[in-house]
Unconditional design. Structure first.
Length: 303
């Protein structure tokens, strides 16, 4: 086995083929470019001497939850597990984080992947949160259901529309940045969402905004997701604190679901931190079904 730096822009589809959370090579490298505007973000490939991919890893040298905690990502091809590949890359992530002045690294283990949780614990990880994986069958939704979910917000003077204009989308960055800061899984010392990253995760035609008059009160955005059926994934849903508790999050997600369904998307996925009661309640009301999610682990870096 050899470990090398990943080449910017290289095709990662083969190594990530079995990863249901994989966002695609194009979006991955767009995110790396956005991250690297502010911080280093090294990425590595593990492969055989013949170039067969075994694993892929990334370190984001940006404070997450705590000022001294970076974020890491590690995926090992299923047939290459329990052979030391993951351990070697995990140790490389921690050493590199230490070189950049971090004391901890946050990484997520997929509960549905055999051995994932056991490996994180064996590496000394401390559990630091659980993200519920939830799936909604969009083909089962009816127009009366969707209208009912939107009724409270629209009766209160809230309008819902899809953002198609890039300039309008860019104008929503300050609102989304502030809502990101308020998210329960961001902690007190995470760095704010950058405008470059916002424009990667929020795209024209995939973002729905809620307004009361001219005031933006909420938004939600989705991205394509791989699956056996045409699928999308919720990237973010946020409502201004002064307007919460009025059915706006439910209306936003319902309107987004309607548009996705009408455009041939069969299922919608979302991930929410355990303890985020309001949004979990919204998802339950809409019929999202919970599936095995992801557990966050915090790892101490070597001295």
């Amino acid at each position: 086995m050899r470990i090398r730096p990943a080449v910017d822009g290289e095709d990662l589809e083969l190594v990530q083929e079995a990863n249901s959370y994989w966002i695609g090579s194009t979006v991955y490298w767009q995110m790396m470019d956005a991250t690297r505007e502010r911080h280093p973000a090294p990425s590595w490939m593990a492969e055989t001497s013949d170039g067969e991919p075994l694993a892929h890893a990334t370190l984001i040298c940006e404070s997450v939850k705590h000022a001294d905690q970076a974020m890491g990502f590690l995926w090992v091809v299923p047939v290459s597990r329990r052979r030391g590949t993951g351990t070697a890359l995990h140790e490389l992530i921690l050493r590199t984080a230490s070189d950049h002045g971090f004391r901890r690294v946050l990484m997520a283990a997929q509960n549905a992947e055999p051995g994932s949780i056991d490996a994180a614990r064996a590496w000394g990880g401390e559990e630091d949160g659980y993200h519920h994986e939830q799936r909604l069958d969009l083909t089962a939704l009816t127009d009366p259901q969707i209208s009912g979910w939107c009724e409270r917000a629209t009766a209160d003077g809230v309008s819902l529309h899809q953002v198609d204009d890039p300039e309008e989308l860019a104008s929503l960055y300050p609102f989304c940045r502030d809502r990101f800061d308020e998210a329960p899984d961001m902690g007190d010392e995470s760095e704010p969402l950058s405008e470059a990253m916002f424009l990667v995760i929020a795209k024209p035609g995939r973002t729905v905004v809620a307004r009361r008059g001219s005031e933006v009160v909420g938004l939600t955005c989705v991205s394509p997701r791989r699956g056996s059926l045409p699928s999308a994934n919720v990237e973010f849903t946020g409502v201004h604190p002064d307007h919460r508790g009025r059915g706006i999050a439910l209306a936003l997600k319902a309107e987004q679901a309607r548009r996705l369904r009408d455009n041939g998307i069969a299922q919608l996925f979302t991930q929410n931190l355990d303890g985020n009661g309001p949004i979990l309640a919204v998802n339950t009301r809409m019929g999202f079904v919970r599936e095995p999610g992801r557990t966050d682990f915090s790892f101490s870096v070597p001295d």
